[in-house]
Design a protein around this ligand. Structure first.
Ligand code: SAM
Length: 242
């Protein structure tokens, strides 16, 4: 794919680049209360609530993602979609001097919230983009993180998001995905979690049925695909090395 408009990855301060982008229909219809409504940030930007939603696993999953991202640090990093909590602040800290971090999100309210959380003058570019059309050249980044984004997206969107993440990562780089996964049969919370997800996050159950590896573009070659599960299988980290 030819290069499109390249974001300024060496911005000297956290900056928001806004363009006119439609809000995806699944965010409007299903997740309006979590990410779109003006009160969403005020309600959900609380560490204890983020941790409760992940059944006490936030720190563990965040740290698992961070450990992958800081291995072979430096270079250019992309986080696809903002998250509530301190993941991005820590990622920025851990990448260290000389590394660049770009974060994309389709919702300006989420980018503004992230800007507020980052230290003043942080070398982070905040880009108003859709995960299905990142608008950067092929092989731009050394590593890309998708933290609990894919379960929110309908199948077609999820496939495009994974393909974009892999398109923009360099050969030798990696894409790290942390998300839901099918819990073990004996997991005591399994029936309750299934009911909650079916009601509130209907696409999440796709990840109970389908391995994330199944969304990787078939025409692309990978060095390795490593999966690890957490909390009785309810969560997973998949690292795809190109
Ligand atoms: C990463 S997900 C879920 C994260 C997690 N549940 C948390 O605690 O925040 C939430 C973010 O994804 C963003 N998002 C959803 N669909 C997107 C898309 N197609 N492109 C870019 N950002 C998207 C939302 O605007 C929101 O900021």
């Amino acid at each position: 794919m030819p290069p499109r408009d390249d974001p300024p990855a060496t911005a000297v301060a956290a900056q928001t680049i806004l363009s006119s982008l439609p809000v995806p229909s699944y965010l409007q219809e299903i997740y309006w209360w979590a990410y779109v409504h003006p009160w969403a940030v005020r309600v959900f930007e609380r560490d204890w609530l983020v941790n409760l939603i992940l059944l006490g696993n936030y720190a563990r999953l965040r740290d698992a993602a961070l450990a992958e991202m800081r291995r072979q640090g430096g270079g250019r990093t992309l986080q696809v979609a903002c998250v509530y909590g301190d993941l991005t602040v820590r990622l920025h800290q851990e990448l260290g001097q000389g590394a660049t971090l770009d974060v994309v999100d389709v919702m300006p309210i989420q980018l503004r919230n992230l800007k507020r959380k980052l230290p003043h003058g942080a070398n982070v570019s905040l880009l108003h983009r859709d995960s299905t059309a990142l608008g950067v050249a092929d092989a731009t980044y050394d590593r890309v993180l998708l933290f609990f984004l894919l379960h929110e997206q309908p199948l077609v969107v999820r496939r495009r998001t994974v393909a974009e993440a892999l398109r923009v990562v360099k050969p030798g780089g990696k894409v790290v995905m942390v998300d839901y996964h099918r819990p073990h049969r004996w997991h005591p919370l399994r029936p309750g979690i299934r009911a909650v997800l079916k009601h509130l996050e209907p696409f999440a159950l796709d990840l109970w049925e389908t391995e994330l590896a199944a969304y990787l573009p078939s025409e692309m070659a990978f060095v390795s695909v490593d999966k690890r599960t957490y909390f009785g299988g309810l969560y997973q980290k998949v690292v795809v090395s190109r």
